[in-house]
Design a protein around this ligand. Structure first.
Ligand SMILES: [Zn+2]
Ligand SMILES: [Zn+2]
Length: 277
Protein backbone atom coordinates (compact mmCIF):
# COMPACT_ATOMS: atom_id res chain seq x y z
CA UNK A 1 0.00 0.00 0.00
CA UNK A 2 2.75 2.37 1.04
CA UNK A 3 4.76 1.35 -2.02
CA UNK A 4 1.89 2.15 -4.43
CA UNK A 5 1.31 5.52 -2.76
CA UNK A 6 4.97 6.48 -3.22
CA UNK A 7 4.91 5.21 -6.78
CA UNK A 8 1.74 7.19 -7.59
CA UNK A 9 3.14 10.38 -5.99
CA UNK A 10 6.44 9.92 -7.80
CA UNK A 11 4.85 9.51 -11.26
CA UNK A 12 2.41 12.37 -10.56
CA UNK A 13 5.45 14.48 -9.63
CA UNK A 14 6.92 13.92 -13.08
CA UNK A 15 3.81 15.29 -14.81
CA UNK A 16 3.64 18.13 -12.26
CA UNK A 17 7.21 18.99 -13.27
CA UNK A 18 6.02 19.20 -16.92
CA UNK A 19 3.13 21.45 -15.90
CA UNK A 20 5.05 23.70 -13.49
CA UNK A 21 8.05 23.90 -15.83
CA UNK A 22 5.79 24.97 -18.68
CA UNK A 23 3.90 27.54 -16.53
CA UNK A 24 7.12 29.08 -15.15
CA UNK A 25 8.58 29.43 -18.64
CA UNK A 26 5.30 30.85 -20.01
CA UNK A 27 5.39 33.55 -17.30
CA UNK A 28 8.78 34.82 -18.46
CA UNK A 29 8.36 34.08 -22.19
CA UNK A 30 9.02 37.15 -24.38
CA UNK A 31 6.10 38.18 -26.64
CA UNK A 32 8.44 38.41 -29.62
CA UNK A 33 11.81 36.71 -30.10
CA UNK A 34 13.86 38.30 -32.87
CA UNK A 35 17.16 36.46 -32.43
CA UNK A 36 15.94 32.85 -32.37
CA UNK A 37 19.39 31.26 -32.68
CA UNK A 38 20.79 33.37 -29.83
CA UNK A 39 17.74 32.63 -27.67
CA UNK A 40 18.01 28.88 -28.43
CA UNK A 41 21.67 28.68 -27.36
CA UNK A 42 21.40 30.88 -24.25
CA UNK A 43 18.16 29.38 -22.92
CA UNK A 44 19.52 25.82 -23.28
CA UNK A 45 22.70 26.85 -21.51
CA UNK A 46 20.87 28.59 -18.65
CA UNK A 47 18.34 25.78 -18.04
CA UNK A 48 21.11 23.19 -18.00
CA UNK A 49 23.24 25.30 -15.65
CA UNK A 50 20.41 26.02 -13.18
CA UNK A 51 19.36 22.33 -13.08
CA UNK A 52 22.99 21.22 -12.73
CA UNK A 53 23.58 23.54 -9.75
CA UNK A 54 20.30 22.77 -7.92
CA UNK A 55 20.50 18.97 -8.33
CA UNK A 56 24.20 18.80 -7.42
CA UNK A 57 23.57 21.02 -4.37
CA UNK A 58 20.86 18.61 -3.23
CA UNK A 59 23.16 15.59 -3.59
CA UNK A 60 26.02 17.48 -1.95
CA UNK A 61 23.82 17.84 1.15
CA UNK A 62 23.08 14.09 0.97
CA UNK A 63 26.82 13.23 0.82
CA UNK A 64 27.49 15.49 3.81
CA UNK A 65 24.52 14.19 5.78
CA UNK A 66 24.95 11.70 8.61
CA UNK A 67 21.28 10.67 8.37
CA UNK A 68 20.68 6.93 8.54
CA UNK A 69 17.79 7.26 6.09
CA UNK A 70 20.09 8.77 3.46
CA UNK A 71 22.94 6.32 4.02
CA UNK A 72 20.49 3.43 3.63
CA UNK A 73 19.74 4.64 0.09
CA UNK A 74 23.41 4.32 -0.92
CA UNK A 75 23.65 1.71 -3.70
CA UNK A 76 27.25 0.46 -3.44
CA UNK A 77 28.94 -0.55 -0.23
CA UNK A 78 32.24 0.94 -1.45
CA UNK A 79 33.40 4.20 0.19
CA UNK A 80 32.69 7.52 -1.57
CA UNK A 81 35.66 8.72 -3.70
CA UNK A 82 36.78 11.24 -1.03
CA UNK A 83 36.74 8.55 1.68
CA UNK A 84 38.37 5.72 -0.26
CA UNK A 85 41.37 7.55 -1.74
CA UNK A 86 44.28 9.40 -0.20
CA UNK A 87 43.79 13.16 -0.11
CA UNK A 88 46.38 13.79 -2.85
CA UNK A 89 44.51 11.62 -5.37
CA UNK A 90 41.17 13.17 -4.41
CA UNK A 91 42.61 16.70 -4.76
CA UNK A 92 43.84 15.77 -8.27
CA UNK A 93 40.37 14.46 -9.14
CA UNK A 94 38.78 17.71 -7.89
CA UNK A 95 41.15 19.84 -9.91
CA UNK A 96 40.49 17.74 -13.05
CA UNK A 97 36.77 18.09 -12.39
CA UNK A 98 36.82 21.90 -12.34
CA UNK A 99 38.90 22.03 -15.52
CA UNK A 100 36.38 19.69 -17.13
CA UNK A 101 33.41 21.84 -16.04
CA UNK A 102 35.13 24.94 -17.46
CA UNK A 103 35.82 23.31 -20.85
CA UNK A 104 32.31 21.78 -21.02
CA UNK A 105 30.70 25.25 -20.92
CA UNK A 106 32.31 26.20 -24.24
CA UNK A 107 31.65 22.80 -25.80
CA UNK A 108 27.97 23.00 -24.88
CA UNK A 109 27.56 26.47 -26.37
CA UNK A 110 29.42 25.31 -29.51
CA UNK A 111 27.25 22.21 -30.00
CA UNK A 112 24.00 24.14 -29.35
CA UNK A 113 25.07 26.80 -31.85
CA UNK A 114 26.25 24.20 -34.40
CA UNK A 115 23.00 22.22 -34.23
CA UNK A 116 20.95 25.41 -34.60
CA UNK A 117 22.92 26.20 -37.78
CA UNK A 118 21.94 22.82 -39.27
CA UNK A 119 18.21 23.33 -38.70
CA UNK A 120 16.11 25.49 -36.40
CA UNK A 121 12.39 25.22 -37.17
CA UNK A 122 11.40 25.11 -33.50
CA UNK A 123 8.38 27.23 -32.46
CA UNK A 124 9.25 30.20 -30.30
CA UNK A 125 5.89 31.97 -30.48
CA UNK A 126 2.89 32.05 -28.14
CA UNK A 127 1.54 28.65 -29.39
CA UNK A 128 2.55 27.10 -26.06
CA UNK A 129 2.51 23.29 -25.79
CA UNK A 130 -0.02 21.37 -23.71
CA UNK A 131 1.20 18.92 -21.05
CA UNK A 132 0.12 16.13 -23.41
CA UNK A 133 2.30 17.56 -26.21
CA UNK A 134 5.24 17.95 -23.80
CA UNK A 135 4.77 14.35 -22.57
CA UNK A 136 4.70 12.58 -25.95
CA UNK A 137 7.47 14.69 -27.41
CA UNK A 138 9.72 14.08 -24.41
CA UNK A 139 9.07 10.36 -24.89
CA UNK A 140 10.19 10.68 -28.54
CA UNK A 141 13.26 12.75 -27.53
CA UNK A 142 14.09 10.09 -24.92
CA UNK A 143 13.90 7.24 -27.47
CA UNK A 144 16.16 9.09 -29.92
CA UNK A 145 18.59 10.07 -27.14
CA UNK A 146 18.72 6.50 -25.88
CA UNK A 147 19.48 4.92 -29.29
CA UNK A 148 22.27 7.42 -30.01
CA UNK A 149 23.67 7.09 -26.49
CA UNK A 150 23.58 3.29 -26.52
CA UNK A 151 25.55 2.88 -29.75
CA UNK A 152 28.01 5.68 -29.02
CA UNK A 153 28.53 4.17 -25.56
CA UNK A 154 29.18 0.72 -27.08
CA UNK A 155 31.73 2.36 -29.39
CA UNK A 156 33.37 4.07 -26.41
CA UNK A 157 33.81 0.64 -24.78
CA UNK A 158 35.87 -0.72 -27.68
CA UNK A 159 39.53 -1.00 -26.57
CA UNK A 160 40.77 1.95 -28.65
CA UNK A 161 38.10 4.44 -27.60
CA UNK A 162 37.98 3.19 -24.01
CA UNK A 163 41.70 3.83 -23.50
CA UNK A 164 41.77 7.14 -25.34
CA UNK A 165 38.39 8.61 -24.38
CA UNK A 166 35.91 6.80 -22.12
CA UNK A 167 38.40 5.87 -19.39
CA UNK A 168 38.14 9.46 -18.14
CA UNK A 169 34.43 9.04 -17.25
CA UNK A 170 35.13 5.65 -15.64
CA UNK A 171 37.65 7.13 -13.18
CA UNK A 172 34.60 7.09 -10.92
CA UNK A 173 33.90 3.41 -10.27
CA UNK A 174 31.56 4.54 -7.52
CA UNK A 175 29.63 7.41 -8.98
CA UNK A 176 28.67 10.75 -7.45
CA UNK A 177 26.24 13.19 -9.06
CA UNK A 178 28.83 15.59 -10.46
CA UNK A 179 30.72 12.74 -12.18
CA UNK A 180 27.80 12.50 -14.66
CA UNK A 181 29.27 15.00 -17.10
CA UNK A 182 32.90 14.37 -16.20
CA UNK A 183 34.10 13.11 -19.57
CA UNK A 184 36.59 13.54 -22.37
CA UNK A 185 35.42 16.36 -24.73
CA UNK A 186 34.79 13.86 -27.55
CA UNK A 187 32.56 11.77 -25.29
CA UNK A 188 30.78 14.87 -24.01
CA UNK A 189 29.88 15.83 -27.59
CA UNK A 190 29.14 12.32 -28.90
CA UNK A 191 27.47 10.73 -25.88
CA UNK A 192 25.98 13.63 -23.92
CA UNK A 193 25.15 16.58 -26.14
CA UNK A 194 24.29 15.23 -29.61
CA UNK A 195 21.86 12.54 -28.34
CA UNK A 196 19.97 15.16 -26.28
CA UNK A 197 19.77 17.80 -29.02
CA UNK A 198 19.03 15.38 -31.91
CA UNK A 199 15.33 14.78 -31.07
CA UNK A 200 14.40 18.47 -30.74
CA UNK A 201 16.18 19.31 -34.00
CA UNK A 202 14.52 16.39 -35.85
CA UNK A 203 11.01 17.25 -34.66
CA UNK A 204 11.45 20.77 -36.03
CA UNK A 205 8.33 22.94 -36.07
CA UNK A 206 6.27 20.28 -34.29
CA UNK A 207 8.04 21.18 -31.07
CA UNK A 208 8.01 24.36 -29.01
CA UNK A 209 11.15 25.74 -27.35
CA UNK A 210 9.44 25.35 -23.96
CA UNK A 211 9.20 21.56 -24.54
CA UNK A 212 12.91 21.45 -25.36
CA UNK A 213 13.81 23.37 -22.18
CA UNK A 214 11.61 21.10 -20.03
CA UNK A 215 13.33 18.10 -21.64
CA UNK A 216 16.84 19.51 -21.06
CA UNK A 217 15.99 20.07 -17.38
CA UNK A 218 14.72 16.50 -17.11
CA UNK A 219 17.67 14.97 -18.99
CA UNK A 220 20.14 16.89 -16.81
CA UNK A 221 18.35 15.74 -13.67
CA UNK A 222 18.26 12.14 -14.90
CA UNK A 223 21.96 11.85 -15.64
CA UNK A 224 22.88 13.43 -12.27
CA UNK A 225 20.40 11.18 -10.47
CA UNK A 226 21.70 8.09 -12.34
CA UNK A 227 25.24 8.93 -11.20
CA UNK A 228 24.29 9.98 -7.66
CA UNK A 229 25.12 6.65 -6.04
CA UNK A 230 21.73 6.77 -4.26
CA UNK A 231 18.48 5.00 -5.02
CA UNK A 232 15.89 7.06 -3.19
CA UNK A 233 12.36 5.78 -2.86
CA UNK A 234 10.99 8.84 -4.68
CA UNK A 235 13.20 8.30 -7.75
CA UNK A 236 10.53 8.11 -10.48
CA UNK A 237 12.70 6.24 -12.98
CA UNK A 238 12.53 3.00 -11.00
CA UNK A 239 8.72 3.03 -11.35
CA UNK A 240 8.44 3.73 -15.08
CA UNK A 241 8.38 0.66 -17.34
CA UNK A 242 11.55 -0.19 -19.29
CA UNK A 243 13.38 2.79 -17.83
CA UNK A 244 16.94 2.89 -16.53
CA UNK A 245 17.67 4.31 -13.09
CA UNK A 246 20.56 4.90 -10.71
CA UNK A 247 21.13 1.23 -9.79
CA UNK A 248 21.27 0.30 -13.47
CA UNK A 249 24.02 2.81 -14.29
CA UNK A 250 25.81 2.26 -11.01
CA UNK A 251 26.37 -1.39 -12.01
CA UNK A 252 27.84 -0.22 -15.32
CA UNK A 253 30.43 1.90 -13.48
CA UNK A 254 31.11 -0.79 -10.96
CA UNK A 255 31.81 -3.51 -13.56
CA UNK A 256 32.97 -1.33 -16.50
CA UNK A 257 30.76 -3.33 -18.87
CA UNK A 258 27.07 -3.97 -19.67
CA UNK A 259 24.01 -1.77 -19.02
CA UNK A 260 25.02 0.66 -21.76
CA UNK A 261 21.69 2.44 -22.16
CA UNK A 262 20.92 5.84 -20.67
CA UNK A 263 17.11 6.03 -20.69
CA UNK A 264 15.43 2.72 -21.60
CA UNK A 265 16.47 -0.85 -20.90
CA UNK A 266 15.14 -2.56 -24.05
CA UNK A 267 18.29 -2.15 -26.20
CA UNK A 268 20.45 -3.82 -23.54
CA UNK A 269 17.84 -6.59 -23.28
CA UNK A 270 17.56 -7.11 -27.06
CA UNK A 271 21.32 -7.01 -27.64
CA UNK A 272 22.20 -9.15 -24.63
CA UNK A 273 24.18 -6.55 -22.69
CA UNK A 274 22.05 -6.30 -19.56
CA UNK A 275 23.95 -7.09 -16.35
CA UNK A 276 22.01 -9.99 -14.85
CA UNK A 277 23.04 -9.94 -11.19
ZN1 LIG B 1 30.84 3.30 -19.93
ZN1 LIG C 1 28.32 7.16 -16.34
Amino acid sequence: MEFSLIKTCSITGLFLYFLIGKLCLMCVWPTKIEEKQFFFVISLYVVHLITYIIVNAFYFICYESKSKYISQAKIEQKPWPWDGKDSKVWNQMKSLFWKNVFINQFIMIGVAYGSSCIKLDTRFDQSFPTVFEISWQILVFGVIEDVLFYFSHRLLHTPYFYGKVHKVHHIYNITVSWSAEFAHPLEYILGNLIPVIAGPILLGSQTHMITILVFVGLATHKTLSDHSGFNFVWDVYQYLPLTTHSEFHSKHHSLNTGNYSSTFTYLDDLLGTTIKK
